[in-house]
Structures are given as structure tokens and as C-alpha cells.
Design a protein around this ligand. Sequence first.
Ligand SMILES: [Ca+2]
Length: 245
Amino acid sequence: MRGLAGFLLCWLLLLAPHSTGVAAQETQPDPKMPCANWMGGAPGYPGHNGTPGRDGKDGRDGLKGDKGDEGPQGPKGEPGPVGSRGFPGPPGSPGTPGTPGQNGRDAFVHRSAFSVGLTERSPAPNVPIRFSKIFYNEQGHYDPSTGKFLCNVPGTYYFAYHLTVYLSDVKVSLFRKDKAVIFTYDQFQSNNVDQASGSVLLHLSSGDEVWLQVYGEGDKNGLYADNLNDSTFMGFLLYPDPENY
Ligand SMILES: [Ca+2]
């Protein structure tokens, strides 16, 4: 009895507010309305989310983008290492000729020579013999009026004499500055013609005089002379002193 009463009560409660539309609901009940399917249970809870699906395939490449703007110029780099040495260059062209040098000293000042001959027989003794025939006296350093050679160029000189001796002995000396340097003596042989010769190297200073002189007491010395130039006297500068160059 009690079950049936409850059922009826519920039925009345549900029917009362909708009494005017009962006919339509009875023919096609709405499943969404509560209590419409009053014979079923309450709706269940929503199910859990399913597992994620697998990743899809990669898409095709997109179109190439436009070229970007040009960037600003970077800072200047460090200098590179020094390169290797190059090959030698070709020889240069000849230089311009230099200016002419100064004129040298006239070599004439370093010349001194003479060659003379005797023209008078038996010259006076104890004084310079005067050789008056001139073969060579370009510089005039020999004085035929005195028979003396005067040194003008300091240096070393060579002197020589070749004398013909006839009829009597001859003794001569070559003098330098009033002093006899060498002697030559020839003893005459009868019926003959002799020769007396001498030569010497001397160093002379400017102003030194050189000459030949006959020793004797009379005027009849055997020093002979004629037009064949038998007796001669000569001298020349072999080389001047270095300070004269
Ligand atoms: Ca002799």
C-alpha cells in the first residue's frame, strides 16, 4: 500500500504545473527534459579525453623570400704581411761627364839638360872650363860665358864628360859648389891620342853650380879641341825632388 501511495503522489506533483499541455507531451516526449524519460537513470559523467592523434606530414617548402637590405661597411682590416724582396733593377744610365780638371803644372819647369863642346885648346887651368859650343841648352841652365851649370830644379842630376887628350897629361875635376867631386887623370902617351872620361850622379839644390876645371900650372895642358867636337860636357835632370810635383 505504501509503495503505491508514493507513486501516486509523485505522479500528481509532476502533473499539476503542466496540466494544460499534457496531451502533447504524452504523444512525443522530449528526451532533454528532466523526467521526460522518467523510466531511465540520471545522465552519466562525460568521458575522459582521448589520446592525441599522430603528427601530420610536413608541408611543402614555401616560396623564396625577397633579398634583404645591404648591410653597412665593416671597419678597415689590419695591413697584410711584408712581401718578399723583388729582383734587382736594371743598371742606370751613365752619368753626366764631370767638369774638366785644373791645368797641371807645366812640365817644362821640371826639365833641365845641356850638352856642350869645347872649341878652344888648352883652356886656362884652375878656373871653370868654358864649353862654348852648344849642342843643347834649351832651358839655358848652362852659361857658356862662365862654363857653369846652374841648378834651377832641385833633384838628381847626371853629369858626364868625354875629353880628348893630346901632347900632354890632363887632370880634370868636376866641381860642385867650389868643391871637386870626382877626378880624372890621363897620362899622355907619345904618338897617340888619349881619352879622359868621367860621370857622376849628384843631388843638387836650387842655386848649386857644377862645372869642369883643369888642374895645372902652365898653359900647355893636353886638353884638346877642334872642329870635330872631340871634348864634350853634358848633364841632365834624372828626376826632380818629390816636393816639386
Ligand atoms: Ca893615357
